[in-house]
Ligand binder design. Structure first.
Ligand SMILES: Nc1ncnc2c1ncn2[C@@H]1O[C@H](COP(=O)(O)OP(=O)(O)OP(=O)(O)O)[C@@H](O)[C@H]1O
Length: 303
């Protein structure tokens, strides 16, 4: 991606998204959404997909709803359900010797998270949608294809509600997670505009680490450089060595006043603790933990 040019240092999320790469991605995404197509951001964990999706969602000037995909997410959670009974009791003891009790029992409907969003035209960010079960994601097929939200199994008199014309969805996913997981994802993927999100350059990552942790630019840049060098050791792209790892290291060293220096054993420990497991996930199985630790230490000592 293009780097953040010029002498102006990015200081805020706004500035990060002023980078030409993000500017263009945001503009294109808003156009697809306004034309009625959902957008799908895909890329490795911790790269900034959710933050970008929420940033774009906010620009649409409609209420924003964030849904996190997971295997327990059910149609009921999304559509709504009759969740119990409401009992109304009227005690009439106007005449002391006569007790009149009137009971009125009715089932109570509670709207699911999507119900309101579909009806009122919210912008939904459906994070990690590939983690949900196919039956749950089928609901989204109806929304995208027929522009209705079916009210399956809800005993409601109407069998669906129409999708509001302003309703839109931004999906996010991690490609390492959806390879062949559920077939139904393919039908959904077919109906959205999938945009890969690239790693930010080091300058942009440094700006974000500074903003999130209040650490100095010099330290933030050293930490980001270290994390990116460790990511360079990966054999596959399952890595979650990203912005998130840099933020974690920066937060800990800042809070406990740990010197950001390669020969400081406390700094070495933090670097190893935070990057060893993700590095193992993206490395050959033949490499032992000790070997990976050694590699991390080599990079850490460069700081
Ligand atoms: N533009 C940004 N401004 C400020 N912080 C950001 C920005 N982009 C990402 N971050 C921060 O970086 C971290 C990772 O970002 P985010 O959760 O958006 O990544 P993700 O790709 O959605 O990760 P996952 O796939 O694991 O959900 C978060 O702490 C987030 O707050």
């Amino acid at each position: 991606m293009t780097s953040l040019t010029g002498s102006i240092k990015p200081q805020s999320q706004q500035d990060v998204y002023n980078d030409p790469y993000f500017k263009s991605l945001i503009k294109r995404s808003l156009r697809y959404l306004s034309t009625g197509y959902p957008v799908h951001f895909t890329g490795p964990s911790g790269i900034g997909k959710t933050t970008l999706a929420l940033h774009i969602a906010k620009q649409r000037k409609r209420p924003v709803l964030l849904i996190n995909g997971n295997k327990d997410l059910s149609n009921e959670d999304l559509i709504g359900a009759y969740t119990g009974y409401r009992r109304k009791k009227l005690n009439d003891n106007f005449v002391r010797t006569v007790h009149k009790i009137e009971e009125n029992i009715s089932e109570e409907w509670v709207n699911g998270r999507l119900y309101e969003a579909v009806k009122e035209g919210y912008t939904v960010v459906y994070d990690e949608f590939t983690r949900s079960q196919p039956e749950t994601n089928n609901l989204f097929l109806s929304i995208l294809e027929e522009k209705i939200l079916p009210l399956y199994g809800t005993k409601r008199t109407e069998s669906f509600i129409d999708v509001h014309p302003d309703f839109s969805i931004i999906f996010t996913s991690n490609p390492a997670e959806y390879a062949g997981v559920y077939q139904s994802q393919d039908a959904l993927l077919d109906r959205m505009v999938t945009l890969p999100v690239e790693y930010m350059d080091e300058e942009a990552e440094t700006a974000i680490v500074m903003k999130k942790t209040k650490i100095s630019e010099k330290k933030a840049s050293a930490i980001v450089g270290f994390v990116n060098r460790v990511r360079g050791l990966c054999e596959n792209d399952v890595a979650s060595l990203s912005l998130r790892s840099s933020i974690m290291i920066a937060q800990v060293v800042e809070r406990y006043n740990i010197k950001v220096k390669g020969d400081n054993s406390e700094f070495q420990d933090v670097c190893t603790d935070i990057t060893l497991f993700p590095l193992q996930a993206c490395s050959d199985e033949t490499e032992s933990l000790e070997e990976l630790k050694e590699k991390i230490l080599v990079e850490c000592k460069e700081v």
